[in-house]
Design a protein around this ligand. Structure first.
Ligand SMILES: NC(=O)c1ccc[n+]([C@@H]2O[C@H](COP(=O)([O-])OP(=O)(O)OC[C@H]3O[C@@H](n4cnc5c(N)ncnc54)[C@H](OP(=O)(O)O)[C@@H]3O)[C@@H](O)[C@H]2O)c1
Length: 381
């Protein structure tokens, strides 16, 4: 099997690349034999489950597409630079990978935070790479979508959201891309699947658009200024129920969907399976940074953190951190958008479970463990 990952250097693309390339080196139990339960060292607990049958029968060759080279290349991945917006370059990039059987689509057109992501541009990127991949023995296309399918970013929505819920009447590139796959796959030799994670938890030192590193930079700046750790979103966001997705879990789910025949032509929500409230977790985050937990103090961090580079430099020097600017560690607009939702964000995982995917993770523990990982990497104090 050969996987082509479009958007391989992004948060999701690199996680899927790591999962598939790892499959080449980790010995698998014979097909049909469940894995032993793993100790959740990383806060992600695995229940015994069947390995995807294809993955266990031979592993993956992995090629990845992006415009820029990877900052942290993953062993076992062949990186190919191309612009998915350019039809000819896209075809040429895949000329050397005409044996690709699976396309994992994780690209995302560059966009500004808290603006509408352009549907036509995003649709064209998928269309181009799909047309190029279809010339070979393509068997499956996996599309990574997100909670935005349910309008989690717009306002309250029916919860727990289920995969067959009616769409929200909003412009949404996720809808256009899914419709393209539904239409195009008819009568063709390939099937499709789609994963719908919510806000992602991940360790990605090269990507500032990250909940954990942005939160950690905010905490470090507040501590340096002698402030308590206030919650910068509104009261409703502090108290509502929310859900996140550990990126390793998403990657495993994507590999499962792409290789489990019953998942063909289906979409699945993928979250950690638990829920949490920031008001419960916030004091634990304050404790992790050795600072007092403050109160709810709504701020627009994109504005409030302007000009804080000098404070960050002081933090860096004091704690001997890696030479990373504040802009490389924190994305304030993203943090604002994540912490401003006053409504419950819950996606039902019943469908994936009923189809056989049982992985789950403890979100609070995972987030705290990730703070530890950023610290160990000397990115956060
Ligand atoms: N991040 C989250 O918290 C989150 C949560 C839920 C769902 N999702 C969904 O997951 C999917 C992937 O998101 P992400 O956050 O992983 O994206 P991301 O980190 O922004 O990565 C985007 C990837 O696409 C590549 N790319 C963009 N334009 C390209 C072009 N014209 N040609 C070739 N490559 C191009 C980028 O590389 P270059 O810039 O080098 O080209 C990068 O590898 C999206 O559908 C998103 O909605 C994300």
């Amino acid at each position: 099997m050969k996987a082509v990952i479009a958007g391989v250097t992004g948060a999701v693309g690199s996680a899927i690349a790591r999962e598939l390339a790892r499959d080449n080196t980790v010995p698998h139990p014979p097909t049909g034999q469940p894995e032993a339960a793993a100790i959740p060292l990383d806060g992600i607990a695995k229940r015994p489950r069947q390995r995807p049958p294809l993955a266990s029968s031979g592993g993956w060759a992995v090629a990845g597409l992006s415009r820029n080279p990877p900052k942290r290349p993953i062993a076992g991945v062949e990186y190919v630079r191309t612009d998915l917006a350019d039809t000819d370059r896209c075809r040429r990039a895949l000329d050397g990978h005409g044996d690709a059987t699976h396309l994992f689509y994780c690209a995302r057109a560059t966009h500004r935070e808290q603006t509408l992501e352009d549907a036509a541009t995003n649709l064209a990127l998928l269309d181009n790479v799909l047309s190029a991949a279809e010339r070979g023995p393509l068997r499956h296309v996996h599309l990574v979508q997100g909670g935005k399918v349910y309008g989690v970013h717009v306002g309250p929505f029916p919860t727990p959201a289920r995969e067959d819920d009616p769409r929200a009447p909003i412009e949404n590139f996720n809808y256009d891309q899914e419709d393209l796959l539904r239409r195009r796959s008819e009568g063709r030799p390939w099937t499709w699947s789609a994963s719908r994670p919510n806000t992602l938890l991940h360790f990605s030192p090269a990507i500032a658009r990250n909940l954990v590193s942005s939160l950690g930079a905010y905490a470090a700046i507040c501590r340096e200024l002698g402030c308590a750790l206030d919650f910068p979103g509104p009261e409703g966001a502090y108290r509502s129920l929310t859900q996140v997705t550990s990126i390793e879990l998403l990657a495993r789910a994507a590999a499962w969907m792409a290789t489990e025949p019953e998942c063909a032509n289906q979409a699945f929500n993928v979250t950690n399976g638990d829920v949490f409230r920031w008001c419960r977790l916030w004091p634990r985050i304050a404790e992790a940074f050795g600072m007092a937990c403050g109160s709810v103090r709504p701020l627009r961090l994109a504005a409030a953190m302007q000009g804080r580079e000098a404070v960050w430099e002081r933090v860096r020097e004091r704690y001997g951190l890696a030479p990373r600017s504040l802009a490389e560690v924190a994305n304030w607009g993203y943090l604002d958008a994540t912490l401003e939702r006053t409504w419950d964000e819950i996606l039902s995982t019943a469908k994936a479970r009923s189809f056989g995917f049982h992985d789950w993770a403890d979100s609070e523990e995972r987030l705290l463990a990730l703070i530890g990982e950023y610290r160990a990497a000397k990115i956060l104090p």
